[in-house]
Structure formats: structure tokens, C-alpha cells
Ligand binder design. Structure first.
Ligand SMILES: C[S@@+](CC[C@H](N)C(=O)[O-])C[C@H]1O[C@@H](n2cnc3c(N)ncnc32)[C@H](O)[C@@H]1O
Length: 234
């Protein structure tokens, strides 16, 4: 488990939603009929903002998993006044481990997927965005594990950095009989303090491909993708 550095910090700031959170919420707003009445699972709920959006869109049940104790405190604080009863379940643990043998119509995730060259992250917990050297440490585990947690007509919606290989994800998903389609394409800013921690090999390989210098600013392609058995396989 990662450190509980949040105990010494402003926890609300550690879990503040990002452009990625916003893009995922917007994709799910556009898919509102899938959310209404659904059992929804989120892996890595952080502040709880995406679960809150699912509650607002009429999900029948929302289940969140996160491995950071501070996320549990943030989530409980967010929902304290809402009296959701058994519509809400927040579980501590690693990825799908706390929801073994359970299925959902919708699984959502904005996973750590930044390809790092070191362990340093200045203003967030490392578990917020550190996806390991290739950025795929959690994406690969998610894609390998999600099919077992999807109801027969279910879908997963996840954020996906362009620089960590959409085709790799497409091929991995096909191994588990899941198709992958791009739901939204976004351009996000890669600030200098984040670039400083990026795996230099990926930075060099992706410049001009999924990473774009415009003026003095580095931008990155980011997607929201859907994974589902009812989509065509790669
Ligand atoms: C990029 S943040 C997303 C938070 C929130 N869903 C949002 O979009 O604002 C990633 C979240 O995943 C959690 N996380 C990291 N590794 C995890 C793991 N192995 N199992 C469960 N949660 C994990 C982190 O604690 C963090 O809250």
C-alpha cells in the first residue's frame, strides 16, 4: 500500500478532481441512460466526485474501491449528508479484490497511468497518477480483471492516456473478449512539474505523436474509452 502522507496534508487538495475526472464525468453524462438504474462500480474513487455524478444520474447502487485511507475519509465526508443508505458502498482495497464474484452494469475508472521515471510527485500522493515506467501498471490489471465484473450487457468507461498505447489496450481487451471504442478525445495540458517526472523514453517516442508542443506548452492526447463484450473485437 502507498503511504498515508495525506494525514499530514490538506486531504481535499490531494484528491481534487482533474481534467481527467471532468472528461469521464462528461462521457458518463452523455451515456446517461446506461447510468440510470445501473449498479455502478468505480475503481479508485479518490474524492468520490465520479460516484457523486453517478448518484445524481440515478444509479441504483454505487460501489467505490480505493486503496488510500485518505480517499475513504474524503468519500465518507462527501456523502455524509446524503443519506444514501445501501445505495452507496465504499470499500478499501486493491483494484477488484474487494468485489470478488460481483457484477455491475457499469464499471468506471480514472486510473493512475502516468509513465514515470521516478517516485516523486510534488503535490499529490504517488498513487494518484504513477502508472509505473510504461504507465500501464493499473490499466493492464484493470483490462485483465474487468470482464469478470461486467453484467452480460455491461460496459466499462475509463480514461486512457494516448502516450501509453491505445492499441496495446485494444489487443489486451480482445484477449478477454472485450471490444474497445473511443467515446471522447481530449487534449490535456502536461505541466512542467509533471513532465519532469515522465519516463524520458516515452517522452521522446511520443513527441509529435500523442504529445504536442504548442507554443511553450506540452499537450497530450487523452481518451475516454468504453470496453464491452458487445463491441467489435480488435
Ligand atoms: C487519478 S485518481 C482518480 C480519482 C477520482 N476517481 C477522480 O477521477 O477524480 C486515481 C485513484 O486511484 C486510487 N488507486 C491507486 N491505485 C489503486 C489500486 N491499486 N486499487 C484501488 N485504488 C487505487 C488512488 O488512491 C486515487 O484515488
Amino acid at each position: 500500500m502507498f503511504t498515508d502522507r495525506a494525514a499530514d496534508s490538506d486531504e481535499a487538495d490531494l484528491f481534487r478532481p482533474s481534467e481527467y475526472s471532468a472528461a469521464l464525468i462528461q462521457a458518463l453524462r452523455e451515456a446517461a441512460p446506461r447510468v440510470k438504474g445501473a449498479r455502478v462500480l468505480e475503481i479508485g474513487f479518490g474524492s468520490g466526485v465520479i460516484l457523486a455524478a453517478m448518484v445524481a444520474s440515478g444509479a441504483a447502487k454505487v460501489v467505490g474501491v480505493d486503496l488510500e485511507p485518505a480517499a475513504m475519509r474524503a468519500g465518507l465526508a462527501l456523502f455524509r449528508e446524503q443519506h444514501l443508505g445501501d445505495r452507496l458502498e465504499l470499500l478499501a482495497g486493491d483494484m477488484f479484490e474487494p468485489v470478488q464474484n460481483r457484477q455491475f452494469e457499469l464499471v468506471v475508472a480514472n486510473l493512475p497511468q502516468f509513465p514515470t521515471r521516478d517516485n516523486g510527485f510534488d503535490s499529490r500522493l504517488r498513487s494518484w497518477s504513477d502508472g509505473g515506467p510504461d504507465g500501464r501498471r493499473y490499466l493492464d490489471r484493470f483490462i485483465a480483471g474487468v470482464a469478470a465484473h461486467l453484467a452480460p450487457t455491461g460496459s466499462a468507461f475509463i480514461t486512457h492516456n494516448g502516450c501509453v498505447g491505445l492499441d496495446l489496450s485494444r489487443r489486451l481487451a480482445a484477449k478477454y473478449e472485450l471490444g474497445l471504442r473511443i467515446v471522447r478525445t481530449e487534449l490535456v495540458i502536461l505541466p512542467d512539474q509533471k513532465l519532469h517526472h515522465m519516463n524520458p523514453d516515452i517522452l521522446a517516442a511520443e513527441r509529435g505523436a500523442s504529445l504536442h508542443i504548442i507554443g511553450n506548452t506540452m499537450f497530450a492526447d487523452m481518451y475516454v474509452v468504453e470496453l464491452a463484450a458487445h463491441l467489435p473485437l480488435a
